[in-house]
Design a protein around this ligand. Structure first.
Ligand code: NAD
Length: 491
């Protein structure tokens, strides 16, 4: 065991209430994003492990379904209490696995608990509808029922929040759950399952399978016993899931990528806009689906805004500490992708205003550290303008007025989030109504969703589903109509 944090040397699966290695006995290495060193090994699961996990979820689900939703909510509250008691330990694991600061990891863990509390409360409000009937002596109503087994697949960027985002609504609705953990953040999923188990979640209801997407994720998507597949990750994988799970008519929720615009108008508070561009583009090392990566600036303030933004970007502190502004990206593959994309853009005429490469100084060279990067001189349809890079990289575009800004904001294959900086109420209203995305913000960042609000996107950012908020209940439950016919003769 890693003594201080009590993390196993091989991060196991949780299947049917037991911690197990992969049936094939295989493992893979988890590297520290901060220094590239191996921190532990992880169970490398395959279809046979998924088979066992789905069977466990299926076997235990009907008893969980029969547990009144209010009682299910009480158990979720117990899990939240236990998460709170172990919040510092969880945050240390999140920081260890992602390379982000402990402070940021602690905040993320708090967010995950808040989300859990919201869904625990939904046990008292799993509303159906009572309505009128067109026929005499007939009464119409609806009830919510679980889908059955929920197959959940998540990304590593905000790992404890991503676990909570899917597991809590799936559980409150009465489903059995199989979570395929992100391969880059296995211990976060492991400790969540451990805490849930110790807090009294019945055996077999929450199963966690470690492993790679193609080896463990794909068999979960393909499994006939999985009734709802909920996925957070790239558009490429989301498209494949839509095809495969769609073919067998499973319910599907897809939370995918973004290339989110932040518009800076000529009447914006420029310092506030600089602050929010830095946070949107660079916090969490830009690894947010909602990160602001396309900065659209009015011509008349372009040069002034650019010089303030470049100065602020160059002043950012990069490292794993609480006083740093951003940490490393999650793995070498992602780092290489972004550097290659920047190199291709440079060949096409892109100019680098800040960063543009890996940090090679002694403090950072072994980790997966990308310098906060600003680029200008690229066209809206260039590859770098249309592909999500999922790193601390933002592109500046110059526009003449509001209409051009709105057009450019909407000229994207994605449609997840958007922000505008203006003091003009009319511009703000018009933008929030006309921009094509699922979340829009005035005078702040492109991110910042809350547990009780529906999050999701249009176009290639998703398939129209929304999680969390009460809208997540629509994903993890089925509505059933109940008609009651009364015979007046028998009264
Ligand atoms: P990814 O799609 O490569 O992987 C995400 C998860 O899917 C991982 O657990 C991975 O193991 C699994 N996976 C990969 N291939 C699979 C397959 N064939 N079948 C089943 N599972 C498979 O994404 P990533 O690069 O790890 O994560 C970053 C992406 O996630 C970005 O595109 C980001 O925008 C997106 N994201 C979206 C949201 C949202 O709410 N919209 C939130 C966070 C991240």
């Amino acid at each position: 065991m890693t003594k201080q944090l009590q993390i196993p040397e091989v991060i196991p699966n949780w299947i049917d209430g037991k911690q197990t290695i992969a049936l094939g006995g295989e493992v893979f290495e988890k590297l520290s994003p901060h220094n590239g060193e191996n921190i532990y090994e992880v169970a490398r699961s395959r279809a046979e492990d998924i088979e066992k996990a789905v069977a466990a979820a299926k076997n235990s689900q009907s008893a969980w379904e029969d547990t009144p939703a209010v009682q299910r909510g009480n158990i979720l509250h117990q899990i939240c209490n236990a998460l709170e008691q172990q919040q510092t330990e969880i945050a240390h694991i999140v920081a260890l696995e992602t390379g982000k600061s402990y402070k940021e990891a602690l905040g993320e863990t708090g967010g995950a608990i808040a989300l859990g509390r919201f869904f625990a409360g939904e046990g008292q409000r799993l509303y159906g509808r009572t309505t009128t009937s067109g026929a005499e002596n007939k009464y119409a109503s609806t009830v919510r029922q679980p889908c059955g087994v929920a197959g959940l697949i998540i990304a590593a960027n905000t790992p404890i929040a991503n676990v909570a985002w899917k597991v809590f609504p799936a559980l409150i609705c009465g489903n059995g759950v199989v979570l395929k953990a992100a391969e880059d953040t296995p211990a976060t999923a492991w400790i969540f399952a451990k805490i849930a188990h110790e807090a009294g979640l019945p055996t077999g209801i929450l199963n966690v399978v470690q492993g790679y997407g193609i080896e463990a994720g794909a068999p979960l998507v393909e499994h006939e016993g999985v009734d709802v597949v909920s996925f957070t990750g790239s558009t490429k994988v989301g498209r494949w899931i839509a095809e495969v799970a769609g073919k067998r008519l499973a319910k599907i929720s897809l939370e995918l990528g973004g290339k989110n615009p932040l518009v800076v108008c000529d009447d914006a508070d420029l310092d506030n806009a600089v602050k929010w561009v830095c946070l949107s583009a660079f916090s969490n090392a830009g690894q947010r689906c909602a990160s602001g990566s396309r900065i659209i600036i009015f011509d008349s303030v372009y040069e002034e805004f650019k010089s303030r933004l470049v100065k602020a970007t160059k002043a950012l502190k990069v490292g794993p500490g609480d006083t740093d502004d951003l940490g490393p990206v999650i793995n070498a593959r992602q780092l290489t992708n972004m550097i290659e994309s920047i190199e291709r853009a440079k060949k096409n005429g892109a100019q680098i205003l800040a960063g543009g490469s890996r940090l090679e100084d002694p403090e950072h060279k072994n980790g997966f550290y990308m310098a906060p990067t600003l680029i200008e001189g690229v066209e809206p349809h260039d590859e770098i303008s249309t592909c999500e890079l999922f790193g601390p990289i933002a592109i500046l575009y110059r526009v003449k007025d509001f209409h051009e800004a709105l057009h450019l904001a909407n000229d994207s294959p994605y449609g997840l989030t958007a922000s505008i900086h203006t003091r003009n109420y009319h511009r703000a209203m018009q933008f929030t109504h006309k921009v094509k995305c699922g979340v829009t913000v005035v005078n702040a960042g492109t991110y910042g969703s809350e547990p009780h609000m529906p999050f999701g996107g249009m176009r290639q950012s998703g398939n129209g589903s929304r999680e969390p908020g009460t809208e997540a209940l629509d994903i993890y439950s089925e509505l059933k109509d109940i008609y009651m016919i009364v015979d007046p003769e028998q009264i």
